[in-house]
Design a protein around this ligand. Structure first.
Ligand SMILES: [Zn+2]
Length: 289
């Protein structure tokens, strides 16, 4: 377990060396009363073929699993925490189609990697990875797991990585990552090098805000308490006073993240109430109080 974490940390340090521009394109529209709504995604991402990106991501994920397995750091299918993650994912799945109609046909997969890192990701094409560190060290409730998973899925559904790569192509930054996606990788670089980078693309703050809200929407429709978004972020920032969670290095946030979630609760609490079959004044106690 430990060697896998160390290996992973080394790779992160290498990949984060890439400097990424955060030229955000605001994507928010006014929310409606029917959950969260957003404007059409930017067309910039069309510069990167989705199918190739998803195929590359699938190869990377397979390679990550092989490497973890060799180090005894890939959870078996009967691992209780992996079973738990898959149950949560299964509940979220019916609610992804409204954000990306093609995604209902993606080969979704959830795996658990043994690593002390506080991290989780969802690659383009629906490959979800959680690290044991994020579950154990933050002592996540099911609702909080659903918040993270919904957030990660939202990045994939809105194709934020694809858009990041397209922007890097335009600016000449990240050309290496992109060439690998297009099958033009340099000789000697392994698929894993690029795969690791795919999970380490740093999202913009606009992407983050969007992923937070879509994640809330998906989770609430699946019957997870959206107020867990608040407790999750409190745990994450409390942890960052010791060792900053690796997750935060790829998911930059403004100081107003919790405030933004609170501001949108009125839109998603009715979805939550409906999903669990109660009226809005019969909701369970607020976990954030
Ligand atoms: Zn994020």
């Amino acid at each position: 377990m430990r060697s896998f974490a160390a290996h992973w940390a080394a790779r992160t340090a290498a990949a984060i060396g890439l400097a990424f521009l955060a030229a955000g394109i605001p994507a928010f529209a006014q929310p409606s009363a029917e959950g969260i709504t957003l404007e059409r995604p930017s067309r910039l991402k069309n510069l990167v073929p989705a199918e190739q990106l998803e195929r590359t991501a699938g190869q990377q994920f397979a390679q990550m699993k092989r490497q973890a397995s060799e180090k005894n750091a890939l959870a078996a299918d009967d691992h209780p925490q992996l079973i738990r993650l898959r149950v949560i994912a299964k509940r979220l799945m019916p609610h992804i189609g409204r954000w990306n109609s093609k995604a209902v046909n993606w080969p979704w997969e959830v795996q658990l990697f043994g690593s002390n890192a506080i991290n989780a990701f969802c690659m383009p094409g629906g490959k979800i990875g959680f690290y044991t560190g994020i579950l154990d060290r933050l002592k996540l409730t099911d609702d909080e797991v659903a918040m993270i998973m919904g957030h990660e899925m939202a990045h994939a559904l809105r194709e934020h990585s694809r858009e990041r790569l397209a922007k890097h192509q335009l600016t000449g930054i990240g050309a290496t990552v992109l060439s690998s996606v297009l099958g033009l990788g340099e000789a000697g670089r392994t698929v894993m090098d690029y795969g690791a980078q795919l999970t380490m693309l740093k999202f913009s703050r606009d992407d983050e805000g969007e992923a937070d809200l879509i994640g809330l929407d998906i989770a609430a429709r699946a019957g997870f308490d959206p107020r867990a978004g608040i407790t999750l972020w409190r745990k994450m920032s409390a942890q960052s006073k010791n060792t900053p969670p690796q997750w935060l290095s790829t998911h930059p946030s403004g100081n107003n993240r919790i405030a933004e979630i609170e501001r949108h609760l009125d839109l998603v609490l009715p979805l939550f109430a409906q999903a669990i079959g109660v009226s809005i004044d019969q909701l369970p106690p607020d976990p954030s109080l």
